[in-house]
Design a protein around this ligand. Sequence first.
Ligand SMILES: [Zn+2]
Ligand SMILES: [Zn+2]
Length: 422
Amino acid sequence: MPNISSPNISPQTFIKDFRDLFLKSPQCGSWTRASENCDYGDITTVSKDCYMCFNSGNCRNAYYCEDSRAMTDSTDCAFCENCELVYECVDCDGCYDCNFCQDCHNCRNVQFAYDLRRCTDCVGCVGLRDKQFCIFNEQYTKENYEEALQKLDITDTKILEKISEQLEELKRKTPRMFVHQFDTTNCTGDYIYHSKNCHMCFDTRHTEDSGYINQANLDMGTKDSYDCGPIPTGMDLCYDAAYSHYLFNCKFIYWCGNLKDSEYCTNCFESEHLFGCHYLQHKRDGFYILNQKVEEEFYWKMIAEIKAELKKEGIFTIHDLLFKDLEKNEKTLSENEQVRSCAICSENFELTKNEIEFYKKHEITFPIYCPFCRADQRIHLRNERKMYKRICDSCKKSLISTYEPDSKFIVHCLDCYWKHMG
Ligand SMILES: [Zn+2]
Ligand SMILES: [Zn+2]
């Protein structure tokens, strides 16, 4: 039982204690949920017979697909959805039997194309709508098209080079939309859909009144949040959260789900009022700091003291708290410095009015890193997309994991990961 009367918590040792606890808590060696024969890859959900797919779901026979959904019999794709028999495609949706395409939607039998909609049987085309039998944007008859296609042997590297050259030229000559947005109001960023009042968001849907949200394929949407993603589901009132789902009023979160009113957590699920916790679930019965149950009054007093200490030590993100070299003391920027120089890349960045309001409302220290470095930090909370054979540190069964066999972390298979959670 947690000892409520004399918790062993001090602001001065919080960073070390948090890191020690992280090292002692198991990490999930391979997150392939509700999937079959998808051992090589990570964050693959509801999929079957996939190989080296990452951050992808609802796929069948997909190979080397990243950040994609509902892919069937497809290889080497990124940011694609609902495609079948596609190869080397990026940002395509609803395509069938297409190769080397980018930004194509609802196309069939299309190769080497950019920005086509509802086209079939086209090669080397750019910016076409509802067309058939076109080569380099020129209309052919069905017979001429088939004849010309026979001469385009794409296994011949010389022909392939020529196609690429011509396609690039056509891309330069064809006007394109300045941004990829659909059903948006007052948004800056790219690949934003069904959203409003978003500042510098990318690959994001159903987002409102938020900024710097990346790779948020949200089914439930996001509101009033900054600096979050990748996030698969939804969140409200969040800051600096990555690889997590369904968060409400949470900050500095990595790899958590269904959390409320929590800060600085990893591997925590179905809980609320956690601060600096790892590897806990179903904690809705009180207040927790460093996995110890504490009195409510102690909780609020202590987290205020810890936050002051974190600010003093230059901890601005969950990545900082886990990995920052504390010897390397960075300058602290004053709150009223609106044009700021990033402490990582030295580029200047500016805080928007809405952003400042958000930080003030949530009592978050104004960032010293630019939005790009902040997004980069969140991506680097996870391992590189490389796979290793290793064993589960609990049940000893063999695993294919992004954790190396000699990783400093305790690594569990998915079953053991859930079984032993506190
Ligand atoms: Zn930067
Ligand atoms: Zn195991």
